[in-house]
Design a protein around this ligand. Sequence first.
Ligand SMILES: [Zn+2]
Length: 412
Amino acid sequence: MNPKTLFYIIIAIIIIDFIIDKILDTLNAKHFDDPIPQELSDVYNKDEYEKSQRYKKERYRFGIITSTFSVLLTLGFIIFDGFAWVDDIARNFTDNAILVALIFFGIIMIGSDILTTPFSWYSTFVIEEKYGFNKTTKKTFFLDKIKGWFMMIILGGGILALIVWFYQFAGNDFWWYAWILVAVFSIFINMFYAKLIVPLFNKQSPLEEGSLRTKIETYAKSVGFTLDNIFIIDGSKRSTKANAYFSGFGKEKRITLFDTLVKDLEEEEIVAVLAHEVGHYKKNHIIVNLLASILTTGFTLWLLSLFVGSPALSQALGVEEPSFHIGLIAFGILYSPISEITGLLMNYLSRKFEYQADNYAKNTYGAAPLISSLKKLTKNSLSNLTPHKAYVFMHYSHPTLLQRFRNLKRGL
Ligand SMILES: [Zn+2]
């Protein structure tokens, strides 16, 4: 294909993607003031509800500003041959294709991170602060940045270097090697996430003996689930928002509860949240999600292998000498409509799984404590009770509170 045509397609994809996103945001915002569904009338009192209204409107406006900034930055960068410029800088250092790719992505990633830091700063220290969510200190904020960069350089850099190397010796067959590498890496990270990555950012400690632990163990026993690893994580170091998640499998499986969750919920409610997490495990959601993401990666890499060698991809971004890393950038943008679709399917699947996990908790423990925990968590994070259907369909990985409430009430 003609590089000029490809250039216009790339620009069109970025603009269309942005417009669709803004239409969805606007639709969603139009329903911010809808009446609260009667079943959820006890979530907020009047003051809290008004606070939640202000919060979501402020988040909405902020989202428009950040996304507009980032789309203009991307467009400007492409139109004014920014990638060619960074490619030149990288080539001034070395001729080695692997090092050029590493320097190139290093500059792009760190540059864009620095440019967007004022926005994340504002989000944390102005918006979240104003609504009482923020617990992050400035020191933690910067340490998180540095640790994030460090991880990106070691892990991202390592994987990128290997993939470029595969491309050098295997040509278009590189995707097989890359696929195996990424698959092994994701299984490894999934398995050891809690032991290797989390300690860089948080403190975790085993849940102490006491009535909560006893209740959890009694429940786990009743459903035949061996659960030796229950950890409390210091989520309160950054935010008052609460969470719980499952990670690993086999002997490495563990449930992690945020200290904020333990503080906000009654013991029965915590067991209900945990029962939901056990449901994910028992219904094999962890494995299915991992397999789905490995298959998507294989598909993406295969598609990449068909196009990455084409000089038109690099030329579309104003770079005369074709290279793997420039091809990768152009492909990444051209692929984004497909990744929107796979993302949509993954969200759809995830919402199905949430219902299954809720039903599991309902059947093995009880609907009432799960309902009250979901309502409390919604209230404490000032979540939107009236999202628009299309927005939910595109963006939500969980059903809405109302949908989950109705599902849990069904048949009772
Ligand atoms: Zn879940």
